[in-house]
Design a protein around this ligand. Sequence first.
Ligand code: ZN
Length: 539
Amino acid sequence: MAGRMPLVVILGATGAGKSKLALELAHHFKGEVISADAMQMYRGLDIVTNKVTPEEIAMAPHHMIGFLDPLSKCTVVDFRNQALPIVEDLLRRNVMPVICGGTNYYIESLLWKVLIDQGLDGSNESEIPILKEANNRPEDIPSLSSPSSKRPNHEKLSLPLGDLEPGDIFETSTMGARSKDLDDPDTSDEVLHEKLRDIDPDRAGQLHKTNRRKVLRSIQVFHQTGRRHSELLREQIQDGGNHLGGPLRFPNFLILWVQCDQEILDDRCDRRVDKMIQRGMIKELEDFHKEYNLKRQEPADYTLGIFQSIGFKEFHNYLMLKTKAEKESDLGQKYFQDGVEQLKMVTRKYARKQIKWMRNRFLDPRRQIPDVYAVDSSDPSQWNEQCLEPALELVQAHLENRTPLLKPLEKVQRDVLKAELEQKILDCPICQVQTLGQSQMEVHLRSKGHRAKLRRLNSPRLLVFKISKINKDLQASSEMALLQKMKAFTGHGFSELKTQLSDPEGIFRVRIKECDALRTLDELKDLGLELEMKSISSK
Ligand SMILES: [Zn+2]
């Protein structure tokens, strides 16, 4: 059956069971597993990165696991350069390569020819994380990263590597340095668009100036490759790909997606964390921390090498405690519990993000992409019936060149979804502004007015509050509660407050964030006091 040997790709969110399926398929067909997991490439932290066990390796050979120095840098290009020859060699020997892993763009680098290295294939331009925009923290948006001196600290960097997008790789690659200073938030959209017009008028003509992210990326492409983005995209399309990516690398693919009911997956993510802790994750982190983390420069940087692993930064506070007594203290235990909760939350989030990614990237009808087949791992007692057997049959059918029993997943008509979203009325709760459709809302969220409001909400200012209504018949206990709340709010003493509150024109000046003030006003209202807010200074 030479020539029919497919490249088998197993997709799935963290906890869905993709490693198990990959292992069982490789075992059955005498294939070999290629891990496409950014963190598993590093040595160490076997529990945290969930590496295969020796027993599992005995079932099928594994590649791309545990060979990198934990502190070394690795980009998707490095991964592809190492993994591709392995895949090609296996196919040449008619051995089935089974690609499996959580870092989706690593998988992509093996499936599609990307014409621009460093992952700058223009393929991931569409996603602007609205939530992050709304937080007004541009430094959180990957690939619009601020200069390294302002690099977000570990508290802000709550996303694991798998969340980064292809374009982000070059942030950490040596070539990215020159364009890092491009995204100065003070540089207006107009100026950036003008800059792009100078170097790549075609591309500038395709992009609206408010599409800052795309404009920036195209400028970066030019800085990095010395060539125009518009040209590179044209070549890519001529070569059989489209604007979403290059042409496929291999003729023979089987893509399997291990799906799982969301609630069950959430629960599984939680239990996975508990299990990691049982297996000795903390000890592993502590040892590793001793060996590497303490030798690093302060402040600890969780953006390099294996330190990007989920699990490390979440336990930073706990790991920084020096003695056993400190760790066993109330504070130590609180840090520990915080770490566990954080880790669970991040793991769930990561799983959701992976699902979104797979849907967007592998079910896009505009992309040159083979069929994707789904199996369901929601019920572990049905693993054989729901997952393994359909997968085995699918591969077998492919090898025998017949139609498999499984039907491929429908491609998602993203254009249709998008069009629907464009018809909806959306509102910005901060500005009480409504827009027709998502694109208009995105424009609004980037607008100066919105950003200024957001900044104002989030920075302490001197605000003036005037009594507009007060309940005179408060019971003693309620009055006490009100006074205490006001004391916390204004910093004034009880007697002073009593005087102020008995004045119907009473005025309070408080330095506070507007968002906190609004919350307090609500609480005060429940306690019988209504205050009207007037701002005076922005300093
Ligand atoms: Zn707004």
